[in-house]
Ligand binder design. Structure first.
Ligand code: PXG
Length: 445
């Protein structure tokens, strides 16, 4: 099949065996593959030539939609100028330019940027910076890390240790020592809330209990997603994040917001920190930084954190951490073009402007069979289904398969359907996405 861009990408691979697919039911997939071969704007093209409306921005990452010409051109151009430069003890202009652009986009206290290649690496980096920060200040006893139940912080050992999703933890041994967890905030009184839920700010006070148990002088950091994405769109109760900030500040504990999903406009602002007006000490991001096109992540740090490292003899490395591809030139070029696209096309404002229409559309699904909750904020939404007795996840996964057949891409986690379309979505797309999803839900067993 010709694709209009001079390729022949429609050819079906004749061997699916070698690729061990991530977070996928491999045997089921390979028995009935779902293959995308092209993408443009709001749509994917399947191998059998169908158009599928992207209700999830890929995996929460293609915020500017697919095939953005500015991003494609920037990658092409950079590949021809400087393909790779050493990341340690050498520099190249694009990494510095992107760090400045990211600083300018982020809320004010975030003045410094450490580059990684994924959300998982951003999390490991932030946890290590938090620990090392305390050590540089003579508080090396602060090594404990506090996460939260139902949190997702990627898949590396630090991230799954502070994370709170049992399936991601239980096969992997003892994980990091010295980790504790806050309770999650997903409480039944909040069902069918529009925006931030009313109930649950008091759950932040559990941090006081954890501090009393371990001693503040042993705790390095608290890491939370300001809105938990992977585990099914759990919005922070009103006042919750402010309280977490107050308690961490009072006890000298670093607060990390994991904004791998909430960064870059998803909630109608650059970052959730800005949206909720709560400033942590470190922000992790990835995904939307390059529109998902090239792997790249970053940790944003305040000057207070960064400057604590800038002491001692100047010829010495201040932080013994980094990746071969930190600030990779092609990724940096993609990041610059992506941030420019967000800015020039006003995509965060656009997301904010569409949020009301999105909310109405989502909540129109509230009365459908098996729907036990609908929640939303910005351009994000979740529909929670009652699980089939004895077969959790099956009902939502069936919805995913049926939706794909009907031409919309949704994402499921447990029995929750999560939606996070590209920020370029039009009202007509919202009507189509929610209308088709309504048909799918109405026909579910
Ligand atoms: N932190 C958060 C908050 C995330 O959502 C990561 C870290 C890890 O990022 P990487 O780039 O290492 O995958 C994530 C990733 C889903 C889904 O559908 C969510 C993620 C990744 C893939 C699928 O819920 N989140």
């Amino acid at each position: 099949m010709a694709d209009g861009r001079g390729g022949s990408h429609g050819a079906a691979p004749n061997d699916l065996d070698a690729f061990w697919m991530p977070f996928t039911a491999n045997r089921q997939f390979k028995a009935a593959p779902r293959m995308f071969v092209a993408a443009e704007g709001m749509h994917y093209t399947t191998q059998d030539g169908r158009q599928v409306l992207d209700g999830t921005a890929g995996l929460w990452c293609c915020n500017a939609g697919h095939g953005q010409p500015r991003i494609i051109e920037a990658i092409r151009e950079q590949a021809g100028i400087l393909d790779y430069a050493p990341a340690f003890q050498m520099g190249h202009p694009k990494a510095f330019e992107l760090a400045s652009a990211l600083r300018d986009m982020a809320p004010e206290p975030f003045e410094h940027v450490f580059f990684t290649n994924s959300g998982s690496e951003s999390v490991e980096t932030a946890l290590k910076i938090a620990m090392a920060y305390h050590k540089t200040r003579g508080e090396g006893g602060r090594t404990r890390l506090i996460g939260r139940e139902r949190g997702y912080h990627g898949v590396n050992f630090g991230g799954i240790s502070v994370g709170g999703i049992v399936t991601n933890r239980k096969a992997f041994g003892t994980l990091l020592a010295g980790v504790d967890h806050l309770p999650h905030t997903h409480i039944p009184q909040n069902a069918f809330t529009r925006g931030q839920p009313e109930h649950g700010a008091h759950l932040a006070d559990e941090l006081e209990r954890i501090v009393a148990l371990h001693g503040a002088e042993t705790i390095a950091a608290v890491i939370v997603e300001p809105m938990a994405g992977s585990t099914g769109v759990l919005l922070p109760p009103k006042g919750y994040l402010k309280r977490l900030r107050e308690i961490t500040a009072r006890h000298g504990i670093i607060l990390i917001f994991d904004e791998v999903i909430t960064g870059f406009g998803r909630l109608g602002a650059s970052f959730a920190a800005e949206r909720f007006d709560v400033m942590p000490d470190l922000i992790t991001c990835a995904k939307g930084l390059t529109n998902g096109v090239i792997p790249m992540g970053a940790v944003l740090a305040t000057s207070e954190i960064h400057d604590a490292f800038m002491q001692g003899p100047e010829h010495l490395i201040e932080l013994f951490h980094g990746y071969t591809y930190s600030g990779n030139p092609i990724a940096a070029a993609a990041g610059l073009a992506t941030l420019r696209t967000y800015r020039e096309d006003g995509l965060f404002e656009r997301a904010d402007g569409l949020a009301g229409y999105w909310e109405e559309a989502l909540h129109s699904l509230a009365g459908l069979p098996h729907v036990i909750d609908v929640r939303n904020m910005g351009l994000i939404g979740a529909i929670e289904l009652e699980p089939i007795e004895g077969a959790p996840t099956k009902r939502a996964f069936q919805a995913f398969l049926d939706a794909y057949d009907k031409g919309i891409l949704i994402r499921t986690t447990g029995d929750i359907i999560a939606l996070s379309p590209p920020l370029i979505i039009e009202k007509a797309h919202i009507d189509e996405l929610i209308g088709t999803l309504g048909e799918v839900l109405s026909a579910l067993d």
